[in-house]
Design a protein around this ligand. Sequence first.
Ligand SMILES: [Zn+2]
Length: 389
Amino acid sequence: MKTILKTHITVKDICEGFVYNKLEGKGLFGLAGKLTIQPEYQRNYIYASDGGKREMAVIESVLKEYPIGLIYFNKVSADNLEVLDGQQRITSLGRFITDKFAIVDENGLQQNFSGMAKDKKDKILETKLLIYECEGTESQIKEWFKTINIAGVPLVPQELLNAIYSGPFVTLGKEEFSNSQNSNVQKWSAYIKGSVDRQAFFERALDWVSKGSIDDYMSRHRKNTNIKELKTYFSSVIDWVSSVFTDVESEMCGLEWGRLYEEHHKKSYDPAKVSKIVQKLYGDPYVKNRKGIFEYVLGGSKDTRLLDVRVFDEATKRSAYASQTKTAKAKGKSNCPDCAIGHDANKNKIWSFNEMEADHVSAWSKGGKTTAENCEMLCIRHNRAKGNR
Ligand SMILES: [Zn+2]
């Protein structure tokens, strides 16, 4: 790969003919049309998020004559350059010069570019940038792109994958799943954590359809000119969740819905009944892990480990142990009621406190409370043998 360092290109040159596409959230062109600011494999513009702190910082750096770092262009042809690294910084400059945002000056006042004093304007426009022009094959450029980290905001794994497997499939996928204008985003946000700009939905869609092998799936579908399978699978999961669970709870966000769909979507559920069970569990003070409620209900309300049901406290266990042991000793039987009714050598064994565990006499899942009256100590073996607590 050939690289040439250019030191004479100014902010003014770069921003000549700058176009910002608000709908797609990207800076498009610069250098009087010669420069493509956001090629396919680049990510969306994210410096404007965070209340615009990062894009303001770019302008403040230029005004204070601080370096804003190296910028890399890919030389596609004599008249055609693409930004490899520096898209966010260039877009910040272009957006400022076209009055898309203001900075706060030393007096705490909002100041946009057109309202600035001429000397300040000139200072910005005449600032020279450090630019490397790279020339190489597509794979060389991409391999290299994979190894760099964009200054300030490192790429998330999905952004890297989008860069590596760029092509029609990624373009279509991003149009659907990385597009903040898509009216479905709000609905998806109930179940999926993360932001649309940082590829959270595209990543989840790929994760679900590929059962966790995103890299492999993207590589196999790279040249595809449709994303039908991806879209269909994704909406099947979302539709399934929203039809089984009619109430949207905040704990649903970020659960492994792809896996839960695979494990349970062939069973039938009565949404009204499901809703009742969910609400009851939400109101149960003994349920410590609300995130586990959904998988618990999908599995037929059996695996209470998912709920992390509150256990008996130490004092309750000690008191149950003392009274059970006293009675057992008087009768000459084991202090584990299950051992006591057995016929092996343990039938009159007195277990120590540490050899026993607390159990709900009436199971929690059948309405039994975690109170002293419902506490019984069992030897570890017998307690573990009881599945339903
Ligand atoms: Zn026992």
